[in-house]
Design a protein around this ligand. Structure first.
Ligand SMILES: [Zn+2]
Length: 77
């Protein structure tokens, strides 16, 4: 399980979903806590109850949309 967040500020009208280990996770004030989920697909469904236009972050969610958990292991270095 991982904690997921929704970006408050839309990019091109779309709000981005991140897991808590993502390097692109926005600052505390600019994100909405979605809850603990086993995968980004569930988190995105929850996010859609907050905002109509949401998508998974390409860094931490999009490639793992079918996976059981957030597997973001790459960090900017
Ligand atoms: Zn992300």
């Amino acid at each position: 399980m991982a904690s997921y967040y929704l970006e408050e500020e839309p990019k091109n009208g779309v709000h981005i979903v991140h897991c808590d280990s993502c390097s692109k996770l926005p600052d505390f004030y600019y994100r909405i806590y979605l809850g603990e989920y086993g995968g980004s697909a569930s988190a995105i469904k929850k996010a859609q109850t907050h905002r109509p236009q949401v998508m998974g972050c390409i860094e931490c969610c999009e490639i793992n949309i079918e996976s059981k958990s957030c597997t973001h292991i790459r960090h900017a270095s």
